[in-house]
Design a protein around this ligand. Sequence first.
Ligand SMILES: [Fe+2]
Length: 370
Amino acid sequence: MMAAIFIKLEAPPGMSAVPVSPASPPTMSGPRPDAALIAALEAARYHPLWDRYQRITPMAPRAKDAPHQWRWRDFEPFVARAASEVPIEDVERRAIIMAHPAFDGATVTTANLIGAFTILNPGDRAVPHRHTASAIRFATHAEGAFTIVNGRRCAMAPGDLVLTPPMCWHGHINASDARTVWFDAANMPLVCGLDASFFEPGHRGDADFWKVDEGDERIWAAAGMAVAASAGTSAAAALQSPKYHYPGVLTRALLDAAPRAADGARLLRYTNPATGGAVMPSLDCYAMRLAAGAATRARRSTWNTICLVVNGSGRTTVGDRTFEWECDDVFTIPHWNWASHTALSADADLFLVTDRSLFEQLDLVREELQ
Ligand SMILES: [Fe+2]
């Protein structure tokens, strides 16, 4: 026999709380007794809680998208085609975004996030613009390209991470004599879901935009030191990192020195030097090194992750999917899926871009380790 359940609704001041009884479920003999009431409520633009509370308050997260892998070897033919068929003068960016079919045709890689590759021919300039979405670039084959962020010229040597935080002006140039490709990630799905996207185009003919050097990026070159009373201590710097460029050579040296975490991997977080926290309020980046042959302990978390293979080869099991991966492959760990990684080469490095900092601010971080 089903026990009666009463849900106490909090009443506004001055009103008494009204206990609401869940309706009886449909019986074998006919429709539920409150069917007419529910129909009348719905017609009047009300929803009863009692017949749908499990949908309104699910017991646990359930990602809309299955884990997915995009292989570099499948993508690479599109690099040459995009480079030859799409004039950079005609487009804002020559980027190709990984799109998961679970999002009903929307341009989404996994919840809240997109991952992409941007292709520039020698001499190409991707015009300046800025927007409220947060983005990052991770240099894979981008030697000789530069990203200019708020008047600072950021190099794109192998493994370099460049931030383009919300409303920072940014443009890209390939100053080399070879085609460049890098990995991008951004949180357009989150920002558009909140309907908080603003976008400002720059001027294609603004020659001064490109005539800059490292500028204030030099202030943030050394870990553990900051200019006293600099802008880096401002409220703005607390929200987004005042450092935009994280050189890959330093990331690799730190991975060499880092101890293993509880799951067996070496894990670095890219941090805002003014706060020690995430680089941006809703993008949070990590570098992971895996040891050969040893699977990491499975972990699941409430946030979403896009993984880029930076070096080596390996295998990852996410939920009920297992991916064998190589350099420049991309795969997703949608939230609340168990994930375990193994390097099949001597070492393997992953770059992880996540929305963890968003969950941190909402007090929704949950993580479990098997
Ligand atoms: Fe952008």
